[in-house]
Design a protein around this ligand. Structure first.
Ligand code: GUN
Length: 284
């Protein structure tokens, strides 16, 4: 039997509808909608698509959004000043600076400049540390999305073997912490990992977040495993593909998320969830 499909698009639509409902109920009472500021520096075409999708999703859910597009030549200090302005803007609950940033700007300085109370990406060291000690405030949107997708198929996490391939600050590391918190035994693999297939074959939950098409082949998957594909790769023919060889893995897995239509739309939905949460905190 082929694996159950984890439809990120449908799940994201239902979460966005819930956010929209909550906004419609609360915004009139407090006199404003939740506000998200999205900053893009430069003209990276993929980033332009991502930020426009984020802003569009905000508008559809009734949030107030501000897209701030700055030229590639923007200095680090000018970007910090812009963030500081938004830190003090009472109509803004969330600030997101799209990564990657141009080489002349230090990501760490920028992430540090965002108020932890408005850091809906969950990247600030205060929020990363809160997640580390099991007291999360804002969870990074992509791993948060993965956790919601696992919940949608009732994947048992307590005592499960979870293998995460890719150890980035944005996805792999925070996801490993969330899975650990949920009671899974985690293996976090990176580009130096030896015998990757040996590790992935043990996984009840397998997540790949590397950015290499067909990295995960059918022989690397335990029968019945839940497979979540965080990869987004543009193939030579222009098509989008994940890290998982979907057609080959689907007959082996118990449940699997596609690309496109999997983690991508869910990441945006979780950004709205975080922004709404921040709004609740700021309007208590
Ligand atoms: N670039 C790729 N993913 C992300 C994300 O989740 N947040 C931000 N700010 N930039 C990204």
């Amino acid at each position: 039997m082929p694996a159950r499909l984890i439809d990120g698009l449908a799940l994201a639509q239902s979460i966005r509808a819930e956010v929209k409902n909550e906004v419609a109920q609360k915004a009139p009472a407090v006199g404003r909608a939740p506000g998200l500021a999205v900053i893009l520096v430069g003209e990276n075409p993929a980033s332009q698509v991502y930020v426009r999708n984020k802003v569009k999703a905000c508008q559809e859910a009734g949030l107030h959004s501000q897209l701030i597009e700055l030229p590639l030549t923007t200095s680090q200090s000018a970007l910090v000043a812009e963030i500081d302005r938004l830190n003090h803007d009472r109509t803004i609950d969330g600030i997101l600076v799209q990564l990657p940033l141009p080489d002349h700007i230090d990501d760490h300085v920028i992430i540090h400049a965002i108020s932890p109370e408005k850091d809906v990406d969950g990247f600030h060291p205060a929020n990363a540390g809160a997640l580390l000690i099991g007291r999360p405030r804002f969870r990074p949107c992509t791993p948060y999305a993965v956790m919601r997708m696992l919940a949608s198929v009732q994947a048992p996490l307590r005592g499960a073997e979870a293998v995460v391939v890719g150890a980035s600050n944005i996805v792999g590391k925070p996801l490993a912490l969330m899975l650990l918190q949920a009671g899974a035994t985690i293996t976090l693999c990176n580009s130096k990992t030896q015998n990757l297939a040996e590790k992935t074959r043990r996984a009840d939950i397998l997540v790949s977040a590397v950015g290499r098409p067909k990295l995960i082949t059918a022989d690397m998957v335990k029968p019945g495993a839940v497979v979540i594909d965080v990869g987004i790769n543009r193939l030579a023919n222009g098509a989008l593909a994940g890290d998982v060889d979907f057609d080959a893995v689907r007959p082996v897995a118990g449940a699997i998320s596609p690309v496109p239509g999997g983690v991508g739309p869910m990441t945006i939905a979780m950004l709205l969830v975080n922004t709404l949460e921040s709004f609740h905190e700021h309007t208590r």
